[in-house]
Design a protein around this ligand. Structure first.
Ligand code: AMP
Length: 504
């Protein structure tokens, strides 16, 4: 038995039909992907990979990169995908911390990484986005038959390093059961079947593109239009072949920015899913007005994969992340006392269920800190639950602003600013303030053509927000800094505006 390989990889061998469709129209059949995973599995074991060893990957998205993930499942190795944006200095940390047996990198990065790999005794192989590199060369010579190694439900399958906006990035250890139970919960909740073709434009180094998208589609025997990256023209060209799409909010915002994206081109679609960052309620409404589809928003994180989702049939409530998935329990507690807050109040969201990870790699203390005694995991997200059980994420606990001793939830202030005529979006942060400890700062993006000034915003908020929540300074930017997953980089903003009050 090997839970994930049996569920996701073995069935591919029976499939002569396409599993992956590339933007140029070329396809890879299930059995071809299965054979490739067997060849790569032989390459891995050939260089000494044993069950439990880590295999790191920092490469462009490709069928071969996906096959490497599947090969890891078959060999019992822990798949360790790394964001392609990481620099060599960052890689040095990850390779030192995870101590992988093998690392697969872009051919262009090989020269820089070679000394690091040699020093750490790591076998370094290469792969680019077009099936070129030493991994593919070796795989071509390796046999395609591979006897999948036995694994248990509790054995680890992958390590995902968290984005690590504060302190060292932590490796979330995910087991076979974590990933398989989550794929099953999503299949059930979102009604995926073998008739589905998913438009896949997400990166595969992150839980969203890797576990939510790929695991679900492999689980049901569906297909993926596998795009190297998100690009409006390509997405519009490929949409007619898809039944479903998963994306980060930025994808949907960009599609709405193009007049060709309309009711006609989306008429045949069954489902649009959004997650990884908050989807503005306004984007949700604009999307429905334009296409007639209500985006289904879900919430999760590297440590828990998916925890909540809006319903498929019931009401998809804009601005909320829906209800806990089947098998997942949630509660909102007071950050300090850990005691559940009354319904409707804001607190820290905690979750428990088969989706919750096994702990942080080689950080037992950090792991212990983030779990309650009864097994609930402290997500670090502030949230509230409405009377019908729908959860709204109010922001990360560490983004909470405490000004003059009062709690200011950035999302509440952002919501008020975003609702003003002429505003595209905003980000609210707290920065050091000599009197108040932290002062509220709003960074605002205007809609094109808008002449709105800081004083207009301040005047508009006068009657809408308590004084202590009103921004003490407002700055305008052309766009907010975001990472690849569409998350606003509040750390970068805090650094940028760090001294606005202390300099006064
Ligand atoms: P990551 O581990 O990189 O997937 O980041 C997880 C974090 O992304 C969560 O803890 C949330 O803060 C945020 N996140 C994910 N999905 C949503 C969502 N639908 N709405 C708001 N925040 C989200």
């Amino acid at each position: 038995m090997n839970p994930l390989a049996d569920a996701l990889v073995a069935p591919l061998d029976m499939r002569g039909d396409a599993v992956l469709i590339r933007p140029d129209g070329s396809e890879m059949s299930g059995d071809a992907l299965h054979r490739l995973s067997g060849r790569i599995a032989n390459v891995l074991t050939g260089v000494g990979v044993q069950p439990g060893d880590r295999v790191a990957m920092q490469t462009e998205k490709s069928a071969e990169a996906l096959a490497l993930y599947l090969a890891c499942l078959r060999t019992g190795a822990l798949f360790l995908p790394l964001n392609t944006a990481y620099t060599t200095a960052e890689l040095d940390y990850f390779l030192g911390d995870a101590e992988p047996r093998v690392a697969v990198c872009a051919p262009a990065a090989e020269a820089v990484l070679r000394p690091v790999a040699n020093a750490k005794g790591i076998t370094l192989l290469t792969l680019d986005g077009t099936a070129v590199g030493t991994l593919v060369e070796r795989a071509a010579e390796a046999p395609e038959e591979f006897a999948t190694v036995a694994r248990c439900t509790d054995d680890l399958a992958a390590i995902l390093y968290t984005s690590g906006t504060t302190g060292r990035s932590k490796g979330a250890m995910l087991s076979h059961d974590n990933l398989l139970s989550n794929a099953d919960a999503l299949v059930e909740t979102w009604r995926f079947t073998s008739s589905d073709t998913l438009l896949h434009a997400l990166p595969i180094f992150h839980a969203h593109g890797l576990f939510v998208a790929i695991n679900v589609l492999l689980r049901v025997g569906g297909r993926m239009i596998f795009l190297p990256r998100f690009d409006v023209d390509t997405v519009l060209a490929q949409l007619p072949r898809a039944t479903t799409m998963m994306g980060v909010p930025t994808f949907y915002g960009r599609l709405l920015g193009d007049a060709r994206f309309n009711r006609e081109v989306t008429r045949h679609m069954r489902l649009f899913v959004s997650g990884s960052a908050p989807l503005l309620a306004e984007t949700h409404r604009a999307f429905e007005a334009r296409t007639g589809h209500r985006i289904l928003e879900r919430y999760g994180m590297s440590e828990t994969t998916m925890s909540t989702s809006n319903p498929y049939d019931g009401e998809r409530r804009a601005g909320t992340v829906g209800l806990p998935l089947p098998g997942v329990e949630s509660r909102i507690v007071d950050a300090e006392s850990g005691i559940e807050v009354p319904q409707g109040e804001i607190g820290i969201l905690e979750v428990r269920g088969p989706n919750v990870f096994k702990g942080y790699w080689r950080m037992p203390d950090k792991t212990a800190e983030e779990f309650r005694e009864d097994g609930f995991f402290v997500t670090g997200d502030m949230a509230q639950i409405d009377a019908d059980g729908y959860i709204t994420i109010v922001g990360r606990a560490k983004d909470l602003v405490i000004s003059g001793g009062y709690n200011v939830y950035p999302k509440e202030v952002e919501g008020e600013i975003d609702g003003l005529e002429g505003i595209a979006e905003s980000a609210v942060i707290g920065v050091p303030h000599p009197d108040f400890g932290e002062g509220v700062v709003a960074v605002v993006v205007r809609e094109s053509g808008s002449k709105l000034e800081a004083k207009d915003i301040q005047a508009a908020l006068q009657d809408r927000l308590a004084k202590f929540k009103q921004p003490k300074a407002i700055f305008f930017m052309g766009e907010l800094p975001r990472n690849t997953m569409g998350k606003v980089q509040k750390n970068a903003l805090r650094e940028m505006f760090d001294d606005v009050f202390t300099e006064l």
